[in-house]
Design a protein. Structure first.
Lengths: 213, 300
């Protein structure tokens, strides 16, 4: 094999070993930010294409996951810009009020139970109500397992900003859970299938039993 | 958030102490997430440990953090369908290998450029669809330069870019090349730096040109500085003279005083190169960028 062919072959092998194992996580991250599964898959494919072209920029293979997420975020951001898609956010004030009510009352033990019982759709719907800046850092840490310094690199903000966004993001998330359950009860919804909403078009459900008492 | 419980319930506390504790509470509440995640230095952790002893509200807040983190930690990954993996592998196979891979450093593989050796390699590359990458490395035909029909200073985008260029080159460069990824994630359009052997990226940063977002890439080209401005396609195509100049697929060429400008549309943005040289001198750099963009998009 001549040196050029070997070089190309090495590049394919490196790509297969470094990038392809992360497809599941990348797709999950994209799926929480797109209306359709097909859009999420397209974003992941585009991100992988860019990773292929920019593979030489990856000097430290141990940072490949953060590097891929950074590329994917760029793709998703462009795609959102092009489609002029705007998330349907719930008022932050409303989420903060719901959270304040939660921590001002004696319901912490109940909330832990509620949080533990949230369905995947409820989690996605609650995340969908947060501004993306907050949802992203919370997801990158809690779901994808990145450390704060890695999140700072992925998102391109100082680590102090990551700290405050995660703190506030989780507070808002808890507020979203409480608010959706409270409104479900007020509206008399009894099934988690009856109330749909959420950011990025996620058809998540919010509602159902086991609310904050 | 003023709902906190004094360290010793029922004890009388000086209003000043209470105010100080309240301030501390406001600061610490933003750190509770990092505290729950074990991301704080020991001294800050100790401070929060002490605060938690007397603050019911923060203890509840901490419980909320832990509950949400625990639940999110159970979110399963989405299984990527095999078809997606196949699509990606096929797309990669059809994507030209970047030039630096197909053209190894001359010192290492100098013998490859001998015609007897190069001929079969080119044949293989063409047969495998990789010949386009070599074209990127050595563009055979420079892109056409289309002189601007109006003075550069009368077109707002060029005026804004020139004014920014003059300001930047008169002072220190505001960024570093390693910030490119951060700039990429902040930019609302794709950013592809020039990949030309004699040009090295020095710095990248975001700015505004006439209140529109723009990215600036600063290169060293021999002993001079070249700035590349990337703007949205809306901004790029705003002025009819610009649209007209690039309509034929060529490069806009303009000059203003000592500065030469070449500009071209990219896949979903617009790029301008400015340096203290006539625009003709910038043509090889812009041609390489233009061809690289076409190859990346799969355009003929």
């Amino acid at each position: 094999m001549n040196p050029i062919s070997a070089s190309i072959s090495d590049r394919h092998a490196r790509f297969d070993a470094l990038v392809l194992p992360h497809l599941d996580r990348l797709l999950a991250f994209a799926a929480r930010r797109t209306n359709m599964r097909a859009d999420a898959e397209d974003a992941v494919q585009e991100a992988c294409g860019r990773a292929w072209l920019g593979l030489d920029e990856l000097r430290d293979p141990t940072k490949v996951r953060a590097w891929l997420y950074r590329i994917l975020r760029g793709v998703l951001s462009e795609s959102e810009e092009r489609s002029a898609r705007r998330r349907q956010l719930v008022s932050i004030t409303r989420l903060e009020e719901a959270h304040d009510e939660l921590v001002s009352s004696d319901t912490d033990m109940v909330f832990e139970e509620v949080a533990a019982r949230l369905t995947g759709e409820e989690v996605r719907a609650a995340l969908g109500q947060l501004p993306d800046d907050f949802a992203t850092v919370v997801e990158l840490h809690d779901i994808d397992g990145f450390k704060y310094h890695e999140i700072a690199e992925i998102v391109g903000v100082p680590i102090g900003t990551v700290m405050s966004r995660i703190s506030r993001g989780r507070r808002l998330l808890a507020g979203a859970v409480v608010a959706s359950r409270t409104s479900s009860k007020e509206l008399g919804f009894s099934s988690s299938q009856e109330r749909r909403g959420g950011r990025r078009g996620g058809s998540g459900t919010t509602g159902g039993g086991g609310g904050i008492r | 958030m003023t709902d906190w419980t004094p360290l010793a319930p029922g004890s009388s506390e000086d209003p000043a102490e209470r105010a100080a504790r309240e301030n501390q509470h406001q600061v610490l509440i933003d750190l509770l997430g990092a505290y729950a995640d074990g991301e704080l230095p020991p001294e800050t952790t100790s401070q929060i440990d002490a605060h938690l002893v007397g603050c019911v509200r923060c203890r509840r807040e901490l419980a909320v953090h832990r509950a949400m983190r625990r639940r999110l930690g159970f979110e399963p990954p989405v299984a990527a369908p095999p078809a997606l993996r196949d699509r990606i592998v096929a797309a990669i196979a059809a994507t030209p290998v970047p030039a630096q891979v197909t053209a190894p450093a001359r010192s290492r593989f100098a013998g490859l450029w001998h015609p007897m050796v190069l001929g079969p390699i080119v044949a293989v590359l063409v047969a495998t669809g990789l010949g386009a990458a070599l074209l990127v490395r050595q563009p055979a035909v420079p892109a056409t330069l289309s002189p601007l029909a109006a003075p550069a200073g009368t077109i707002p985008l060029l005026q804004d870019a020139l004014s920014d260029y003059r300001r930047v080159v008169a002072g220190d460069l505001p960024g570093r090349a390693r910030d490119l990824d951060a700039v990429r994630s902040a930019a609302p359009f794709p950013i592809e730096p020039l990949r030309v052997p004699s040009v090295r990226l020095l710095a990248a940063w975001t700015t505004e040109l006439g209140q529109d977002p723009a990215v600036v890439l600063a290169y060293r080209w021999d002993d001079r500085i070249v700035l590349q401005y990337v703007v949205s396609e809306q901004r790029f195509f705003q002025h009819p003279a610009l649209r007209q100049a690039v309509a034929g697929g060529g490069l806009l060429a303009a000059h203003d005083g000592e500065q030469g400008i070449v500009a071209w549309p990219t896949s979903s943005a617009g790029a301008l190169l400015i340096a203290d040289v006539p625009p003709e001198r910038l043509r090889p750099l812009a041609t390489a960028a233009l061809l690289a963009g076409k190859v990346a998009r799969g355009a003929p």
